[in-house]
Design a protein around this ligand. Structure first.
Ligand code: ADP
Length: 544
């Protein structure tokens, strides 16, 4: 029997219309370095209509790709609103990709128009001559004359083009399965791979962000979205904000600890999201320049493991709850969120909060052992984490239908490349990424556990651990750490660690550096650290 329910598509056009009318007073605040500029959601609706009209005039039709090469700001949010809602596909370009990769993804996605921030024009200018499908570039917050157009490409002023358009747009009815936005993985191995989110997946994912077990986003929030809009759709915050009328505070290009602290002081957000390295940097800044940040009801940390010491520091020193979450570009990205079960005492609750979190109803997960197959969710069995669900990708985008990296899919499940275990009550604990686990004398060492242990020392600002070849044990851990000057020596750190990890796991090799290399989305770049090690570019202290 079929239901009697209406078959109304879940469409981002409906979401945009809803958010910008019923929540017209919510705000998009953009930091300018010395203050902020603000539009409300009503104005966001008008600007989105103008942008959609302009894009249509430039020839953008259904399913055409519109790239963005932008910071988190009001103009980027306007593209988030307009492009999917007009039936085109928003492609957020990662401004920090290596040049060859950036050119690859824009050509692979066949971007027709790209919107570029004025401050990023010098960088974009290097790529533009190689972008084979781009016909129009809109320069926002800058001078279009500063960008030289190759033959066949027209460069326009975003502001002028929008000013010439009507602030109304007849948003179409869209098939909920159609692509709304695309994001490429940052391609730590091989070419970046494209994921195309649907209207349906983004709608459902937005609802998950807003659930109380998710990020609990509501109309009462002011959300500081530090996670870039080119990194897995800023973890779904922009569209979730439209769904509940949460205001957005956008840091633009001001992503260092000091301006983030200024934004916190001026805008008093209630919620914020970023990768651990950002929070680690902010923590050290705050410890030197204390300020009240108790207006933050919660902050989400994900993208790589949140060190427990970081979570405790924010809660105990600043009264801010750090929420640990796991996900990936392929999972929209929200997979799991670490809210403990009700009624637990502090220590027990913390044990749950350290995990990568509990899966929601829409995300099924299982542990698979390479040899023995699917394992029980008993909190003991360790293997690769596989997931499936309505906002998990079923393949990688391919312009010609050829399958890209089918080894990442297993009978309808996405293979995450993460190794972990799942408890009977659905909490995921990651041991490591499969490629980062250190195999020492037949035993596994989790690089994440070692990093967490090293970073729990107050004198350590950052620490990453990689496995390096070893004649006796095949592989042994190397610690690459940033320490506060004069605070601690590698020898003392080793003694400190001896109380925290099994003696045989104690790293013999240490490199003290001024900064740990980061990836294009701000995670520790272990590939780069391996290269530095391989080239003999690290100054290493060795213990017997
Ligand atoms: P990239 O692969 O470039 O890092 P993603 O942001 O898609 O891009 O990365 C997803 C991966 O990040 C996951 O597969 C996992 O390895 C790691 N990750 C994400 N969240 C967490 C977390 N809370 N703890 C540990 N690892 C995490």
């Amino acid at each position: 029997m079929l239901s009697t329910m209406q078959d109304e598509p879940l469409s981002l056009a409906t979401l945009l219309r809803y958010g910008t009318t019923f929540h017209s007073t919510a705000e998009v605040v953009t930091w300018t370095g010395a203050g902020s500029r603000t539009i409300n959601f009503g104005e966001l609706g008008s600007q989105s209509a103008r942008l959609a009209n302009a894009l249509r005039r430039l020839g953008v039709g259904e399913s055409d790709r519109v790239g963005t090469f932008m910071w988190n700001n009001a103009e980027h949010m306007t593209a988030y609103g307009a492009v999917p809602a007009m039936g085109a596909v928003l492609h957020t370009l990662n401004i920090r990709l290596f040049p060859a990769q950036l050119v690859f993804v824009a050509n692979h996605a066949e971007d027709k128009v790209v919107i570029v921030d004025g401050t990023l024009v010098p960088l974009f200018a290097k790529y533009l001559p190689e972008l084979t499908t781009v016909r129009h570039v809109l320069v926002a917050n800058g001078d279009p004359a500063s960008l030289e157009a190759p033959a066949g490409v027209e460069v326009h002023s975003y502001e002028e083009v929008l000013a010439a358009e009507s602030d109304e747009y007849d948003w179409p009815v869209i098939d909920e399965r159609a692509a709304a936005a695309m994001c490429y993985t940052s391609g730590t191995t091989g070419d970046p791979k494209g994921v195309a989110y649907s209207h349906r997946s983004m709608w459902l994912h937005s609802m998950q962000v807003c659930t109380t077990n998710g990020m609990n986003l509501s109309g009462a929030d002011r959300t500081l979205a530090i996670v870039p809009m080119f990194h897995a759709m800023s973890w779904g915050l922009p569209h979730a904000a439209l769904m509940v009328g949460a205001s957005l505070v956008m840091p633009d290009r001001f992503l260092q600890p000091e301006p983030i602290a200024q934004i916190l002081a001026a805008e008093k957000p209630t919620f914020a999201a970023a990768v651990p390295t950002i929070w680690q940097g902010l923590l050290h800044h705050l410890d030197e320049h204390p300020q009240d940040i108790s207006h933050l009801r919660e902050v989400v940390v994900g993208g790589s493991a949140a060190p427990p010491s970081l979570m405790h520091a924010f809660e105990e020193r600043y009264g801010v709850k750090v929420l640990h979450a796991w996900g990936m570009t392929e999972t929209s990205p929200l997979g799991s969120v670490a809210r403990p079960p009700a009624g637990l005492e502090s220590e027990q609750a913390w044990a749950y909060r350290y995990t990568q979190g509990r899966f929601p109803a829409s995300v099924q997960a299982r542990i698979v052992d390479e040899v023995e197959g699917v394992q029980p969710n008993d909190g003991e069995a360790v293997g690769e984490v596989e997931v499936r669900g309505p906002w998990i990708t079923a393949s990688y985008y391919s312009p010609d239908g050829a399958q890209i990296d089918p080894s990442k899919f297993d009978d309808g499940w996405l293979r995450t490349g993460d190794v972990g275990k799942i408890t009977p009550d659905g909490y995921l604990t990651l041991v490591d990424r499969s490629k980062d686990i250190i195999k020492s004398g037949g035993e596994w060492i989790s690089s994440v556990d070692l990093e967490n242990a090293v970073m729990s020392h107050k004198g350590v600002a950052e620490a990453a651990v990689i496995g390096v070849p070893d004649d006796k044990w095949d592989e042994r851990p190397l610690v690459v750490a940033v320490i506060e000057e004069g605070s601690v020596t590698p020898e003392q750190l080793r003694e400190f660690l001896d109380e925290k990890v099994a003696h045989w796991q104690l790293p013999e090799r240490w490199a003290i550096v001024s900064e740990v290399p980061k990836t294009s989305v701000g995670k520790f770049d272990k590939k780069r650290i391996r290269e530095l090690y391989g080239n003999g570019e690290l100054d290493i202290v060795t213990f017997d």
